[in-house]
Design a binder for this molecule. Structure first.
Ligand SMILES: NC(=O)c1ccc[n+]([C@@H]2O[C@H](COP(=O)([O-])OP(=O)(O)OC[C@H]3O[C@@H](n4cnc5c(N)ncnc54)[C@H](OP(=O)(O)O)[C@@H]3O)[C@@H](O)[C@H]2O)c1
Length: 291
């Protein structure tokens, strides 16, 4: 199988890059801006044609949630229109499109884990742009796998865990919101789940589908920050605050826990608890730092 990974220098794309080195079954092509812009139909089509692409894994996205509020055009161009470009290319080539979406398609008013069939009512521009991207894919690409995930972090790029490590080393006390509830996802775990989807597709066991994937467990950002400090042994006190005390530009769902029942049942996936994966990520980061 020839597999294109778009947005390959991001968190998830980088984790897929690492995993790809462990498999000889597939041939991967990793692309990011400026070499491959997913919003360019001609560019995408000619790349996929030249490399006989059979699977597209779309890790490219506009992910700046707050910036999107004042830069909606750019967010929609990448998250909605770019998704449509890839969907059209996948349809043309009879290829599978694996696409990543977000818990921010939900408004957070639920108090039980969101299922794939729950109505999407995103609160901010980023969430709307991602939801419309999903809808484009469902409409255009006959063969697709959309995976919604939440609170993604990895050793690559910038993310909440790396910010907590930096601030935890600089400060003795840190305020973190305790009334937004969700589940962190280590991008390395999600990358494995994505490759499992590709394997299932190769075996003819994957129909067009939307799944939820995060690590197991539930926490607040305050709990998550506390675990980072504890596991990294940083003597920084984490203080719980309410969202109203920490205003952010884009509205966030108060509760965005995703139900993973479907992907676990249908694909036989075992998903690590978020604390176990956080410990593994921190260990990997430490190893990288030690060279
Ligand atoms: N991060 C989270 O907490 C989170 C949570 C839920 C879901 N997700 C979803 O998970 C997926 C992966 O997220 P991530 O954190 O790995 O994202 P990321 O680190 O921001 O990486 C996205 C990559 O896409 C590239 N890109 C942007 N516009 C592009 C374009 N037009 N053509 C090609 N590449 C483009 C970016 O390049 P530049 O850096 O140069 O812009 C970047 O390398 C995304 O779909 C995201 O919406 C993320």
């Amino acid at each position: 199988m020839n597999i294109l990974v778009t947005g390959s220098r991001g968190q998830l794309g980088s984790e897929l890059g690492e995993l790809s080195a462990l498999t000889e079954k597939q041939r991967f092509f990793f692309c990011d801006l400026p070499d491959l812009d997913i919003t360019s139909p001609t560019h995408v089509a000619s790349f996929c044609h030249d490399h006989a692409i059979e699977v597209i894994i779309n890790c490219a996205a506009y992910t700046a949630v707050d910036k999107a509020e004042s830069d909606a055009e750019a967010a929609f161009r990448v998250n909605r229109d770019g998704a449509a470009v890839l969907a059209a290319c996948a349809r043309e080539r009879n290829a599978l499109l694996v696409h990543i979406s977000t818990d921010y398609v939900f408004d957070g008013r639920s108090s039980t884990p969101y299922r794939e069939t729950d109505p999407a009512t995103p609160l901010g521009v980023y969430g709307v742009s991602k939801w419309e991207g999903e809808e484009q894919i469902r409409r255009i690409a006959p063969s697709h796998c959309i995976i919604r995930t939440s609170w993604l972090y990895s050793i690559y790029g910038s993310n909440f865990v790396k910010t907590m490590l930096r601030l935890g080393a600089e400060r003795s006390e840190l305020s973190v919101v305790a009334d937004q509830i969700g589940t962190p996802t280590w991008a390395a775990d999600l990358a494995k789940a994505i490759l499992l989807m590709v394997e299932r597709y190769e075996k003819g066991a994957l129909s067009s589908v939307t799944y939820h994937y995060s690590n197991e467990g539930v926490c607040s950002w305050y709990d998550f920050a506390g675990a980072v400090m504890e596991l990294a042994q940083l003597p920084c006190k984490v203080v719980a605050v309410e969202s109203s005390q920490y205003p952010q530009i884009a509205p966030r769902p108060q509760y965005s826990v995703l139900s993973k029942s479907a992907i676990k049942k249908e694909c036989g996936l075992e998903i690590p608890h978020w604390r176990v994966s956080l410990a593994a990520m921190l260990e990997k980061l430490q190893q990288e730092a030690n060279g």
